[in-house]
Design a protein around this ligand. Sequence first.
Ligand code: ZN
Length: 302
Amino acid sequence: MEKKSRGFQTPLTVLAVVLLVLALVTWRLSAGVIPVARAEGSVGIPILMYHKINPDPETGNLGLRVPPSEFDWQMQYLFSQGYHSVSLQEVKDYIKEGKPLPPKPVAITFDDGYRDNYTYALPVLEKVGYTATVFVVVNTIGKVNRFDLGVQPVNQMMNWSELRDMASRGIAIGSHTMDHPHLSEVAPEKALYQIRESKSALEKGLGQPVKYFCYPYGSYNQIVKKAVEECGYEAATTTHQGLAYPSDDVFALRRVYVTGQMSHQKFIREITRTKHVTENVIAAYKVDGGGYPAVYLLSKLF
Ligand SMILES: [Zn+2]
């Protein structure tokens, strides 16, 4: 009797576990946490995320630093394949209003505002006629990367005249806060200050509207996201890996994180994939995520 009962219970237990897993997977799929292939025909836009473009190993490891020769190869590849660079304005208009984009759109972004963006990246962009957005940390303008010293070597950041020159040559300047904090971990009023003050300081210094925001370390929550919207920004980028789609939230845009170790094949794979993948979410958080523990990373996936 006991044996029969156990034999009956085991398949039931297995069934229950399978159903539970299925329910969990379905729920996470609907929440958009597990990668799903998008509807055929919808245009996914790669928004490339760069930091430093520098040949000098002294300026940092290849997680955040792409050598100019590699950056040049990537831009030449995009150009030769018929990619059209689009601004974040065009991405936003496409997502919010369905405004058409040119064929094979790609958006290019740089985080933090390193001087090498001006010295090394700008000439490469101009060679192929591509635009980009640079997200700067206001209190480091003309100074050094004091927000990650100790983790990264000293890097010179762009000054106001370099930023103004970038802007006059068609590069959009966006905000990456005043001091590069983890916005979801500071008090809401401090987060609000970082978001609002950086916009007005940049607009004053540049003499033009600043419409785009980038969450430092990809750190945000609903309160932070709402504050970004209410301060008058029109879109915001994250460190979530993947392409941008018409159904996406313009205040939580995914990007394709480009590192200096990336092979040409991987670069091509990342910009043409139709879903985001877990290993890159983890890689992105490791570098610009302030060292989140593995359990936190897994919790982002399940
Ligand atoms: Zn940053």
